[in-house]
Ligand binder design. Sequence first.
Ligand SMILES: NC(=O)C1=CN([C@@H]2O[C@H](COP(=O)(O)OP(=O)(O)OC[C@H]3O[C@@H](n4cnc5c(N)ncnc54)[C@H](OP(=O)(O)O)[C@@H]3O)[C@@H](O)[C@H]2O)C=CC1
Ligand SMILES: N[C@@H](CCC(=O)OP(=O)(O)O)C(=O)O
Length: 419
Amino acid sequence: MDIKHYMNVVGQAARKASRAIARADTNQKNKALLAIADAIERDLERLVAANMVDLENARQNGLEEALIDRLTLPEKTVRGMAEGLRQIAALPDPVGEMDDFTYRPSGIQLGKMRVPLGVVGIIYEARPNVTADAAGLCLKSGNAVILRGGSEAFHSNQAIAACVHEGLRVADLPLHAVQVLETTDRAAVGELITMSEFVDVIVPRGGKGLIERISREARVPVIKHLDGNCHVYIDDTANPDKAFNIALNAKTHRYGTCNTMETLLVHTAFAEFILPRLAAAYWEKGVELRGCERTQGILGDKVVAATEADWETEYLAPVLAIKVVGGIDDAIEHINHYGSHHTDAIVTDDYGRARRFLREVDSASVMVNASTRFADGFEYGLGAEIGISTDKIHARGPVGLHGLTSQKWIVLGDGQIRQ
Ligand SMILES: NC(=O)C1=CN([C@@H]2O[C@H](COP(=O)(O)OP(=O)(O)OC[C@H]3O[C@@H](n4cnc5c(N)ncnc54)[C@H](OP(=O)(O)O)[C@@H]3O)[C@@H](O)[C@H]2O)C=CC1
Ligand SMILES: N[C@@H](CCC(=O)OP(=O)(O)O)C(=O)O
């Protein structure tokens, strides 16, 4: 395949489709979303079978457990995809929303109108449900999208793409509004991130290799959705049961996701009390603990000595780094230094410290007395998510319909001229 030519065709088609999808009315978009959801549920067996092919290949290629977990598309997740699409259909359409109206002294009426971004290019991990979620959110927000999922999920993604196209057809919308690339050649990524005439924004979801390439080559604006080195800080005023439940859930609910806690920070005055109970629960679940000297002193030799690299690592696996800190100042400093600006939580009953943590931790989601696992579009009521933005500009944290739009100024006059 001539990748440059192929991507040129894809880009042109996306640009053309973006105009049609931008002016589609809400009923038409919802009709497509509901038809995609129906097609996904009807084709459940076909989707699971396509996913089996990907899983078989992944196992033969020795893919890591966390990646296999993300790649797996069980019946429950397929139904979840359909449910997510129905939820997106039920959400208010942001396109065309007008607000901030005011009259200027000149007599013009000034306001803002919410509009789609245009063509969105998404490069994401081998997680097939993202294909449906991203397609649904882009569709509802009036954007055309070019989807480049992880190569290990190729068959699953193509099977989902067929359902998406069926829905677009039913609603009489252009099929090129959602294009799932039909190649796993990384040269296509190189084209996608440089074709600024066809693509308005790139959303990269991934790790270090992807970041490096994007930073080096992208000529299209980027909203980074990068790694999650997330923390929970247990303060000495924490309610013990809340601290235990949150720290356990944040690590063990799902190991491979970007909102999973990777480092636990514990106030020095609380460490001896809470760590033994927590460690027993982690070990029971097979989590390896790597700790600072103080942690080792409390928990013994079973804890591996943590190195500088551990504070920086996103394990995406049953491994947890633990550090005993002097208090909230040390905790905030550690998080802002080693974290990835994704999601961090404090467990405390001290109102003032909770407020300080919220203001001073520089992350997309900052939580008080809740698990980092909540940083998710569905959990935040967005229906689904494009991903979790670790960027500061335009959209931060789970990105839904509003994150896929911007606002333009609108001016209503009745003949005014500038004096
Ligand atoms: N913030 C967020 O919303 C999310 C963050 N992540 C983060 O992603 C990381 C793990 O995901 P993982 O699957 O390993 O991510 P990768 O970065 O390995 O892969 C993600 C996507 O990028 C592509 N890619 C990677 N490197 C390059 C390159 N040099 N050139 C072109 N394409 C490239 C992959 O393609 P190919 O298939 O060819 O490898 C894949 O489509 C974790 O750090 C996780 O936290 C993941 C999902 C969401
Ligand atoms: N949506 C996720 C979190 C974000 C996400 O997709 O990240 P990842 O699992 O790293 O691909 C969840 O908690 O289910």
